[in-house]
Design a protein around this ligand. Structure first.
Ligand code: ADP
Length: 724
């Protein structure tokens, strides 16, 4: 009998049986679907998580099983999903510090994960060491390190961020990283992180700075770096998120920025390519634009149009060559529209390899400095123009030495520039002895008033010749005396004066001879007519004689002036009875001037040695002037007095008076007081000049005291025993 194949019917175990079986497993079993949602967890699994069935079903595994979660597990899950091959993984639970051994296998709905816990590492697992190292390493970082799924769920996190946030690991594992209070307290910061995670999940390394609040009373600045880990298929498996605490650096930077904003200079920072990335507050305020407007090359709009192309060219050159940038240009005050000058400097900051990292620069306001420079330049130009003057000789002396001189000065004096360099021009040596006193006085004046009133002198030139000059100057320094002097060649003027003097001298001599003859003839004629008894012609002849006398006196004065000029006015020396001399003069003048009464007060009662004719001339002149210039008055007072040393004669009238500022001038040659009233009186301005010369010649003085409209008093003093 043929054996027929028997088919054994096995009744499949019921679902319930399966479940019971699963419950008996020695480990904790989870079944999760493709979304990692827990669809099954056996009793041990529940116990391991410390929750009830109802609590875990339908929950996300990564969140719910936080004490089991680790990057190794996550990796294993991913691997099993891809390969559908069973996978085993051993790792140290960061939460319990127990070793976990997980066996993962693919199921139709998703994955089954079977966990076993051990206190000690199981010797047959190769990963033990690596896992231990991974954990130690993670905690050894000073930075906060978080491992994320590409979706941003926390797989692992070290203690640093947990401590900052006062959180426990279990509270955060499996939750979105962006939901940590540190990030969620500021929606902008949270959004920034979210997009950074999205970018990092594509494989990009993302770096950014963030200001976070791990808890209400803690602020931190972090430098975040998110990198991705790829699996064998180059798929991004998980993200490593490192947060470095840069709070201190940021604070220092903030302090620096505050400082930089506070300093009076403008500060800017540019990229190696020259585009501006930072301007301090002051620069922004000055330009009156926003940071954004100034960025790149926006700042160029604030540069003066005339300077713009040059500035741009120089900036480009510096960027190209790496040479420091330095340029002066005008920048517009955005508020007022006014341009001011700035000195703009930039230096490259390089790394250890010498590559330029950035340009750091400043702008310094040099408007005032520019103005001073401009003023200085102008004054220098003016000084140069003056120095180059072909009219004025200019020199500088240090003590007696001429140390600087312009060409005109050298030409005048005949010295060369080489003489000047060799110190061969000496101020004192150039001064003739007769000018020594005057020069000394000039020095005195300089040291008191810092300047010297112009005066006439002569220079001894290099070739020994004399050059008449007019000199003036200012003291640049007193001790030792440094003077800047100005010299005008006075020779043409002097020559003209000499010619004039020569003419006056000649003319007066030429006039004197025929006048003397005329006078003689008149006298003879007078006598003849008187003898012949023709008295009718007498008045005419006497008038002729008086006119001739007037002309004779004028010619005499002219002659005196020219003698004084030539230094040839001589005085005879004999005892003079001044009272008698004055009485004689007064008697004569009283006869010819009946309009005024000449009143004498006092007497000198002394004699002196002098020239009686010349002294007589002095008083005739003064009394004649007193009568002439007081047409409305009827007296002239003459006061005589004497002291131990001097005899004093004052002539006082009640006439026109002389303006104060002309009191000194009236004693100068040919000077006449200006003003129509005075001009109405005939005269040549020689009298007082001769008078003062004669008085000086007798060692005396003459002064005037006068008030306009009230009259004048001329006072002559003569030394009592003058040996002329
Ligand atoms: P002049 O020939 O012009 O009188 P003087 O040398 O005698 O020349 O006098 C100089 C000037 O001084 C005169 O032109 C006159 O203006 C003024 N002056 C001289 N004496 C008197 C005086 N007593 N009162 C007013 N002015 C006088």
């Amino acid at each position: 009998m043929a054996r027929t194949k028997q088919t054994r019917h096995v009744t499949p175990a019921s679902n319930e049986t399966h479940c019971m079986l699963l419950e008996t497993l020695p480990g904790a079993l989870f079944v999760v679907d493709d979304d990692a949602t827990i669809v099954y967890a056996n009793a041990r699994a529940q116990t391991m998580l410390g929750s009830t069935r109802g609590n875990v079903y339908g929950q996300p595994f990564w969140r719910c099983a936080s004490r089991l979660v680790s990057p190794s597990l996550y990796q294993a899950v991913q691997r099993t999903r891809q390969t559908h091959e069973p996978t085993e993984v051993a790792y140290l639970s960061p939460a319990t510090n127990l070793w976990l051994y997980a066996s993962l296998s693919s199921t139709p709905q998703g994955l089954a994960l079977l966990f076993q816990e051990h206190r000690e590492p199981q010797p047959f697992y190769a990963e033990n060491r690596a896992e231990q190292m991974y954990r130690d390493l993670l905690e050894s970082f000073a930075d906060g390190v978080t491992i994320l799924t590409p979706d941003g769920l926390i797989l692992d996190i070290n203690q640093r961020p947990l401590l900052d946030a006062h959180l426990r690991r279990e509270e955060v594992v499996g939750t979105p990283y962006t939901d940590l209070p540190a990030w969620s307290s500021d929606s902008d910061v949270q959004e920034h992180l979210r997009s950074a995670i999205v970018r990092a999940s594509t494989g990009e390394t993302v770096r950014f700075e963030a200001h976070i609040h791990p808890r209400a009373d803690l602020d931190l600045d972090l430098l975040m770096t998110i990198t991705s880990h790829r699996d064998a298929n180059q798929q991004v498996e998980y993200l490593i998120c490192a947060g470095r605490d840069i709070t201190e650096r940021k604070q220092a930077e903030d302090e620096r920025r505050t400082l930089v904003d506070a300093i009076p200079q403008f500060v800017w920072i540019a990229e190696p390519d020259g585009s501006l990335t930072y301007n301090n507050r002051r620069l922004i305020d000055y330009l009156a634009i926003t940071h954004e407007q100034a960025e790149g090359s926006g700042w160029l709009a604030g540069v003066h149009p005339d300077d713009r192309s040059c500035v741009w060219k120089m900036w480009q050159t510096s960027i190209r060559t790496g040479e420091p940038y330095e340029v002066e240009h005008r920048m517009q005050d955005g508020t007022s529209g006014v341009y001011r000058w700035f000195l703009v400097r930039g230096v490259p900051q390089r790394n250890a390899q010498g590559t330029i990292l950035r340009w750091v620069g400043t702008c310094t306001d040099i408007e005032d400095q520019k103005r001073v420079e401009e003023a200085l330049r102008q004054s220098q130009e003016r000084a140069n123009a003056l120095m180059n003057s072909t009219i004025i000789g200019i020199f500088v002396t240090d003590d007696d030495q001429v140390v600087e001189a312009n060409e005109t000065y050298l030409r005048m004096t005949g010295y060369t520039r080489d003489d000047l360099r060799q110190g061969r021009i000496n101020w004192v040596h150039m001064t003739p002895p007769e000018y020594a006193i005057q020069t000394q006085q000039a020095r005195q004046e300089l040291s008191v008033t810092y300047h010297v009133t112009r005066y006439e002198k002569e220079y001894i030139c290099k070739d020994g010749s004399r050059l008449p000059v007019v000199v003036g100057g200012v003291a640049l320094r007193l001790n030792p005396l440094q003077v800047m002097g100005f010299v005008l060649d006075n020779s043409a003027h002097k020559e003209l004066e000499q010619r004039k003097d020569a003419f006056i001298s000649m003319a007066s001599h030429e006039l004197k001879t025929p006048l003397t003859a005329l006078k003689l003839q008149t006298t003879l004629l007078q006598r003849q007519l008187a003898r012949q008894g023709i008295p009718a012609s007498a008045p005419a002849l006497s008038s002729m004689e008086s006119q001739i006398n007037k002309v004779t006196r004028l010619v005499g004065e002219l002659l005196d002036v020219s003698k004084i000029q030539a230094g040839r006015l001589e005085y005879i020396r004999e005892p003079v009875d001044l009272d008698a001399l004055l009485q004689e003069v007064i008697d004569t003048l009283q006869q010819t001037n009946p309009s005024h009464t000449l009143v004498v007060h006092g007497a000198v009662q002394a004699s002196l040695i002098g020239d009686p004719d010349r002294l007589g001339q002095v008083f005739i002149n003064l009394i004649s002037n007193a009568i002439k210039y007081s047409p409305d008055a009827d007296t002239v007072k003459i006061d005589l007095s004497s002291s131990k040393d001097v005899l004093t004669v004052s002539i006082c009238d009640h006439g026109l008076g002389i303006p104060r500022e002309q009191h000194d001038k009236i004693f100068e040659r040919f000077y006449r007081v200006s003003g129509s009233r005075q001009k109405a009186f005939p005269g040549l301005g020689m009298g007082l000049y001769i008078v003062s010369e004669i008085v000086k010649g007798h060692g005396g003085t003459i002064t005037v005291d006068s008030t306009i409209g009230q009259g004048s008093t001329f006072t002559v003093t003569l030394p009592r025993t003058r040996d002329v």
